[in-house]
Structure formats: C-alpha cells, structure tokens
Write a protein that binds this ligand. Structure first.
Ligand code: CA
Length: 231
C-alpha cells in the first residue's frame, strides 16, 4: 500500500483528504505543523507528500527545500491558497513536482496524486536492476554513471565532464523541470550562482551531441522562463 503524508494545519482539509486517501486505497498520515511534518517525511518515508504552504512551525517552501537539499526525492504536491503562492510555486524552484490550488475537489486531488506517482515510477524504472543506479536508459540514450560512457543508439558520445554532469542531473530528474539555478548548483556549484547563460550554452552543445538520425537530439525540452526538462 502506498503511503501518503499530508502536512496541513487546517483540520477540516486534513481530515477530509485523509478520509479520501484511505477510501482510494492509500495509507494516509497527517501532520498539523511544519516541524512534525518534516520529521514524519523523513521517518515514515512516504511515497508522496501533500504540502500546505502557510504552516505553523515551518512553512511549506522551507520543508520542500530542506528535503531536496538532503537529497530526498519523494514527490511533493504543494497545496496553495493564494494567487501569489501559485505564481511562486509555478516556477517549482523549491523542487516540488506539482501543485493544486485551494479549494480543490478531492476527485481532482486524487487524479493529481495518481499522475505524479505514475510519472515518478516511470522515471525511477529507468534505473535498471542488476547494476542498480549505475545506468540510466532513456529511449536510445544510455548513461553509465560509473564509467561516464554515454551512448545514443549504440554510438559512444564524446562529452566534456560538465556536459556529462548536466546530462546526468537532467536524466536523474527525468520529467521534472529543473531551473537554471538548480542546474548551476548541481553541476557547477555555488560559485557560479547567477551565471545562468552558462547552462544555456552547455545545453546547446549537449543537444548537438545527442542528435542522431532518428531523434534529432530531442531529449531535453526548454521550459520557457524556467529551465529545462529531460523528456
Ligand atoms: Ca495553512
């Protein structure tokens, strides 16, 4: 049974969602403030987190950033109340996977949960058993994390170290939009903060190298105004 944690201080919403989670075959766990929520997110290892933004103790943005900062990749759907929250969350710069605006119907919420879980399962499925975590396969593309060998349709590519790191980070987060700042942090480190054109230039080179007769290098999608996403 998949476990879903809802961090929400509004008792009515929390109880209603928990009830519906159980009705839909999930194991629901509730937290009423940010501190308890973060603790449960780590100790209970839920399959998905529903995260309110305005919370006593610690807000949803901080919880999200903190979890991602520790390498926790549990899918997160933000529950937003106000328009300005929606604008902020839309960039998903906090590492959330999706958001839903209040008031929402429980039916819509359940559909959203299902979609995010499916997307997450699909992307982790790419990491094959046996040599688990060592190789990522996406269509014709294979990335060997240990040997740094990248192949498209069996042909080995000649990538620089940064190009490899950029490709690896995008592939490990397949389906998720990565902002330029996130990519800078992960690939270049904090000293390059702000030099987001660096990312664009490397993505351009990388695309060129990924091109072949069939795919035309179409693995990396530009998400306008935000960043890039591995398809
Ligand atoms: Ca709240």
């Amino acid at each position: 049974m998949q476990k879903i944690l809802i961090i929400e201080d509004e008792p009515n919403i929390r109880e209603l969602v928990l009830y519906n989670l159980n009705q839909n075959g999930y194991e629901g766990i509730g937290a009423e403030d940010g501190v308890q929520g973060l603790a449960l997110a780590e100790s209970e290892r839920p399959d998905l987190i529903l995260l309110d933004i305005m919370l006593p103790g610690k807000n949803g943005y901080d919880i999200c950033k903190e979890l991602r900062g520790k390498g926790n990749k549990t899918p997160i759907i933000m529950l937003t109340a106000k328009n300005e929250e929606i604008d902020k969350v839309l960039g998903l710069e906090f590492g959330a996977d999706d958001y839903i605006a209040k008031p929402f119907s429980t039916r819509e919420l359940m559909a959203r949960i299902k979609a995010v879980l499916r997307r997450y399962d699909n992307s982790t499925e790419q990491v094959k058993n046996g040599d688990a975590q060592k190789e990522i396969k996406i269509n014709d593309l294979s990335i060997n994390i240990d040997s740094h060998v990248v192949k498209v349709a069996g042909k080995t590519l000649d990538l620089t170290l940064k190009e490899f790191d950029l490709l690896r980070v995008l592939a490990e987060n397949r389906g998720r939009v990565m902002t330029r700042d996130q990519l800078l942090d992960r690939v270049w480190g904090f000293e390059y903060f702000g030099e987001t054109r660096t990312v664009d230039v490397h993505v351009r080179y990388l695309r060129k190298k990924l091109e072949n007769d069939n795919n035309e290098g179409n693995y990396i999608q530009t998400v306008r105004g935000i960043g890039y996403k591995m398809l």
